[in-house]
Design a protein around this ligand. Sequence first.
Ligand code: UT7
Length: 326
Amino acid sequence: MGVAITGTGSYLPEIKLTNRDMEMMVDTSDEWIITRTGIKERRICPKGKASSDLGVEASLRAIADSGIKKEDIDFIICATITADMYFPSTACIIQKKLGLENIPAFDFQAACSGFIYGLEIAKGLILGCGYKNGLVIASECMSRLTDYTDRSTCVLLGDGAGAAIISYSKEEGILDSYLASNGSYGNLLYTPGGGSLKSSSFEVIEKRMNFMKMEGSTLFKIAIHSMSEAVLKILEKNNLKKEDISLIIPHQANLRIIAGVAKNLDIPLEKFFINIEKYGNMSAACVPVALDEAVKSGKIKKGDLIILVAFGAGLTWASNLIRWVK
Ligand code: UT7
């Protein structure tokens, strides 16, 4: 007996922001964005909608995919750095929108590594507390944290949501996880204002402190190193060779980062699932959206061993070793 992913779903808002659109907003070019990042377009959540709305759509698709009734869900957890509001949690807002009551629901955040942390949290809740089915969501409206006057960050980010049903299962699916973080790198990627340190004020808005700040080139190197480490650690812990893995689903921050990890590990780039060209960096939502697309496009088959891997603000980095049992 174990814990397995029994359903996946994703949702991308319809509004597209292409590289041509970005050219009208900042001093950039389609050519620069494609060659330096691999991104062609990203999706934007419409005004009046929020992370919970994207999360609900992804959840409904994951529930349908798993074949369970929504009433069979025993808990809801949501990874997001773009919560609808300080409180209540986005997980509770999603719970209400799904019409569910009297089950635990809470948010947690590990930035872009959120979904990978979430699978391990869900596994712990199922094995430790006796729950049967959990809904794990990663939903982000990164456009709300994006400074569309800063060309070094605005071309990278997009909105979207992914979800999975995690169930107690005859076959073990979530085999192992490697979770890491190092808070001393927090200053490389952060939003200085709008939190309890510098709450919303005229000064925060005027100085654009409510938007994401990033030291891109330093992060770039750390990202390649940390994602490579997360893949190697989980292989070592489980006495596996890289040849045993059918597919790696990485966080989609930059195509050159994914290519750097592939080179570092001497694993062909074809073994990495890549969809960054369509959506850009959706923080925690990247991995579950990519997982859902990989499953639905037939890239993952029953019995396959796959690795999910990500890094992000914190800094955090993490991997899951999954056997696909569905
Ligand atoms: O989810 C995790 C968080 N984020 C990341 O992991 C991002 C990691 N970093 C990266 O992906 C890359 O560092 C970037 C895509 C952000 C930047 O690429 P780069 O190859 O590291 O470029 P750079 O920062 O070294 O900048 C090279 C040049 C600079 O011009 P000068 O100083 O050489 O004249 C930048 O001003 O490119 C310029 N530049 C741009 N030019 C056109 C930066 N952004 C743009 C842009 N369009 N959008």
